[in-house]
Design a protein. Structure first.
Length: 284
C-alpha cells in the first residue's frame, strides 16, 4: 500500500457488514487502522442532506449513503500539540495556539486541530464554534464560542472590524518608520498598520494592527514591501532553521451578548509565551 495520500469511496449497499469491515476490504488496511482513521476524522458520510465525519466504528449507516475515506498516513500519525487556556466563560473561551497547530481540520482529519482538541479535552464533546482563524505556523490568541448565539455575536464583531487584533513579527531588514499598507489581496480590500518597535540592521521587530483579515495578509503585505517575516518560507524568506517569527499577541472584543459596548475584554500575551521576540532579534 502506497504511503501517499489517497481517497477511497464507496456507496453503502449492505448495512449488515460494519463500516470498518467494508473500508478494510476496500483499502486493504486493517480494521484497527480504519478505526483509528475514523476517530481522527478522516472518514466522511454524504447523506441526503448533509456531509459529516463518522468517528465511531459502531456508527449506523444507511443503504445509499456515500462514504469517503481521505487516507493520509502522515496526517493520521501526527501527534497534536497542546494549546493553553487563557480565559474560560460559559459561552466562549480564549486560547493560546502554539505555532504548528491548525485551528481547524482538513478532509484528512482534525485530531490535531485546535477546535477538536478543545472539544475532547476542555468541553467534553460540547460544541466549539470557530469565529476567526490563525495560520498554522502563527502562534497566538484565538477566541472560540461554545453557543450559537455567542458565535453569531463574535463573528459579527470580526466581520464589522470591531475586534482589536495586533501581531508582533520579526522581519528582514531595517524598517525605519511606521506605515500603513493598503494593498488589495485576492481582489479584496486589505489594510495593515505597522508600528516599528525595534529597528535594527538585519532585522526589525514590528507590531501590526490589521483592519481586515485576508488569507496570509500580514505575510503577503510584508513581502510586498520587501520585508518578509523571518522564517516565512512561503513568502520570501529562505531560512530553514527558523520558525515563523509571527505571533497574534493582542485580542480585544466585546463580551458576547452584552448590551453595552463598554463591556469588553482585552488579552495580551506576555513575552514568556512568545520568547522568540526577545531572543531571536539580531542586534546592530
Amino acid at each position: 500500500m502506497t504511503q501517499d495520500p489517497q481517497t477511497f469511496s464507496l456507496t453503502i449497499t449492505d448495512v449488515e457488514l460494519g463500516l470498518p469491515d467494508q473500508l478494510s476490504e476496500l483499502t486493504g488496511l486493517s480494521r484497527t487502522r480504519i478505526k483509528h482513521a475514523m476517530s481522527c476524522g478522516a472518514v466522511w458520510r454524504e447523506g441526503s442532506t448533509s456531509l459529516q465525519r463518522i468517528r465511531r466504528a459502531s456508527a449506523k449507516v444507511k443503504v445509499g449513503d456515500k462514504i469517503t475515506f481521505h487516507h493520509n498516513p502522515e496526517a493520521l500519525d501526527a501527534i497534536s500539540l497542546t494549546p493553553e487556556l487563557i480565559f474560560a466563560a460559559g459561552d466562549f473561551s480564549v486560547w493560546f495556539k502554539p505555532a504548528g497547530m491548525t485551528v481547524s481540520g482538513s478532509r484528512f482529519g482534525d485530531h490535531t486541530a485546535l477546535n477538536r482538541w478543545i472539544e475532547i479535552n476542555h468541553r467534553s464533546g460540547d460544541a466549539v464554534f470557530l469565529v476567526h482563524r490563525l495560520d498554522r505556523f502563527t502562534a497566538g490568541l484565538v477566541v472560540v464560542a461554545h453557543r450559537k448565539a455567542a458565535a453569531a455575536d463574535l463573528s459579527k464583531q470580526f466581520s464589522d472590524r470591531e475586534v482589536e487584533k495586533r501581531y508582533h513579527a520579526i522581519i528582514h531588514g531595517q524598517l525605519k518608520k511606521d506605515q500603513t499598507i493598503e494593498e488589495r489581496l485576492d481582489d479584496k480590500t486589505a489594510v495593515s498598520r505597522i508600528t516599528v518597535l525595534t529597528p535594527a540592521k538585519e532585522y526589525s521587530l514590528i507590531e501590526v494592527n490589521i483592519a481586515t483579515g485576508r488569507k496570509h495578509q500580514i505575510r503577503r503585505h510584508l513581502m510586498g514591501i520587501g520585508h518578509s517575516v523571518v522564517g516565512d518560507r512561503q513568502y520570501g524568506s529562505d531560512e530553514v532553521d527558523k520558525d515563523l517569527q509571527l505571533a497574534a499577541t493582542t485580542l480585544g472584543f466585546r463580551v458576547p451578548g452584552s448590551k453595552y459596548k463598554t463591556e469588553t475584554l482585552h488579552f495580551e500575551l506576555d513575552e514568556t509565551r512568545v520568547p522568540f521576540l526577545a531572543t531571536n532579534l539580531a542586534s546592530d
